[in-house]
Design a protein around this ligand. Structure first.
Ligand code: PLP
Length: 485
């Protein structure tokens, strides 16, 4: 019988084996450049090729149809494993995290309430404690073997479905710290948030979502590349106070999404400590530098923060998605969602076993397993070496591009993100990017910095080598000549 039995284990084994084989082949072909990195087709065409109109009502797809669907799906999914995939900040996942996704999918332990996934809960606590330690903070104390030392305050944190939700959670905790009544009575209208203008858009979304309005997000003084200039902060903060406004949080980019440049974390952190202001470090992309002995210098002073966002699905070889919001003082997290959901949390359990009071999500995937399995296989050392290689390669690519006639780099890279442009106006950069994407040999992104448009690479893959970059530059040069000619 085909109907109503979702777990025909024989089918699961047979089709699962097919899926694993197809995926391995997909990765091999991507890594070997044996396919275009991107094929952008119109939705209508994709709908037709995958027969998406017919499938939903159909049911009972046979082995051949099932295989064909997976094949076509993969065919139109750009492989992040491809060396020419240099566009977006998404990890080339360790296979271990892909397997964790499979385990999670089969297990379906929405683990927000402890009994729904005790194993997943323990893993999340361990992952959070590992991240807290990397920042230099105390463990969450939810793990009885790792209580904070002496009278040090216990850290805290929670995994979220992405850095954007993590940023929102951090802002809610910051609001609870300065305006504890806001949960009940609404956001006071004198609150403002200070951040460089190039802060990730999820921050302005968070601020707007919380009812402060985007006008409450005040641009911090920054250099031509968008990096914060802490020397100019005191006068800004004084001016804010003189206007009768209250600073809810000061946010730093570590690093900025567009440029990959880090704000001076320690200087801003010290200033915030002096003035008693909530300091938030958005390390969604760049906090992973903490794992590398040389590159961690960019994160110097992060322990002064009140909250930190750190994505594992960007630079910790973890499949999308798995992000963390972390707090120096774990009790701050409790303020983020002051709401009683008595039907799920009886309030008698030890704090920390139920995640629901501390996260926006109700049902949540066991995100921690993905990172934990990567750590179990690659180890901190493997992750660190990967980061070192990406950072080093990016510096080399930048030098090469800067030395080439007709090309210009924005500035020396501080991470694995690199902005450059070819001689010509802004429109030319956009047209080149679009044409390259249509041809399918390279995947690039773009960014506007300092009033100019730049082509942007995020070097996420250690297989992206000099030959890849040379070939890309040759293509760009040819295209520029064609488009200008
Ligand atoms: C990517 C990024 C985010 C958003 O994280 P998601 O996991 O994509 O939601 C936030 N801040 C910065 C600085 C980022 O680079």
């Amino acid at each position: 019988m085909q109907t109503n039995d979702q777990w025909t284990t024989g089918d699961f084994r047979r089709r699962g084996a097919v899926v694993l084989e197809l995926l391995a082949e997909f990765v091999d072909r991507g890594r070997g450049r044996d396919r275009p990195v991107v094929r952008v087709r119109a939705v209508d065409e994709l709908t037709r090729i995958m027969e998406l109109d017919r499938l939903p009502a159909g049911g009972g797809i046979d082995d051949e149809g099932f295989r064909e669907l997976v094949v076509v799906f993969l065919d139109h999914g750009p492989p992040v494993h491809h060396p020419a995939y240099t566009a977006h900040q998404i990890a080339v996942p360790h296979y271990a995290s892909a397997l964790a996704d499979l385990i999670s999918g089969a297990l379906a332990n929405g683990m927000s309430v402890f009994e729904m996934g005790p194993a997943a809960g323990a893993v999340e606590i361990a992952v959070i404690d590992w991240m807290l330690a990397k920042i230099g903070w105390q463990p969450s104390g939810r793990n009885r073997d790792r209580q904070p030392v002496g009278d040090a305050v216990a850290g805290g944190g929670v995994l979220t479905h992405g850095g954007s939700l993590a940023n929102l959670t951090a802002m809610l905790a910051a609001r609870a710290a300065i305006a504890p009544e806001a949960w009940r009575w609404g956001t006071p209208d004198d609150l403002v948030v200070v951040a460089p203008e190039c802060a990730h858009y999820s921050l302005s979304r968070a601020v707007a979502t919380m009812g402060l309005g985007t006008s409450a997000l005040l641009g911090a003084p920054a250099d031509a590349f968008g990096r914060a200039l802490p020397d100019a902060y005191p006068s800004l903060l004084d001016a804010i106070a003189a206007e009768g406004k209250t600073v809810m949080a000061v946010c730093a980019n570590a690093c900025a999404t567009a440029t990959g440049l880090y704000d001076p974390v320690r200087e801003i952190g010290e200033l915030c400590r002096e003035r008693g202001l909530w300091f938030h470090v958005d390390g969604a992309h760049g906090a992973s530098a903490l794992l590398h002995p040389d590159e961690s210098v960019r994160m110097d002073g992060v322990e002064l923060a009140d909250s930190v966002v750190w994505d594992a699905h960007k630079l910790l070889q973890t499949s999308a998605l798995c992000a963390a919001v972390l707090f120096r003082d774990g009790r701050r997290l409790f303020g983020a969602f002051q709401q009683d959901a008595v039907y799920v949390t009886d309030g008698e359990r030890e704090i920390g076993h139920d995640f629901i009071p501390h996260q926006f999500e109700c049902t949540k995937a066991p995100l921690g397993l993905k990172l934990m399995l990567v750590l179990a296989l690659a180890g901190e050392r493997g992750l660190s070496e990967n980061i070192g290689a990406l950072w080093e390669n990016t510096r080399r690519f930048s030098a090469r591009i800067g030395a080439r006639d007709g090309f210009e780099v924005l500035c020396a890279p501080e991470s694995n993100i690199l902005c450059f442009r070819v001689e010509g106006d802004d429109g030319l950069q956009t047209r080149i990017r679009k044409t390259i994407m249509r041809e399918g040999d390279f995947l690039l992104s773009q960014a506007d910095v300092g009033g100019r448009r730049w082509l942007r690479m995020a070097v996420m893959n250690p297989l992206t080598d000099e030959a890849t970059v040379e070939a890309l530059l040759d293509s760009i040069e040819e295209l520029a000549a064609e488009l200008l000619g």
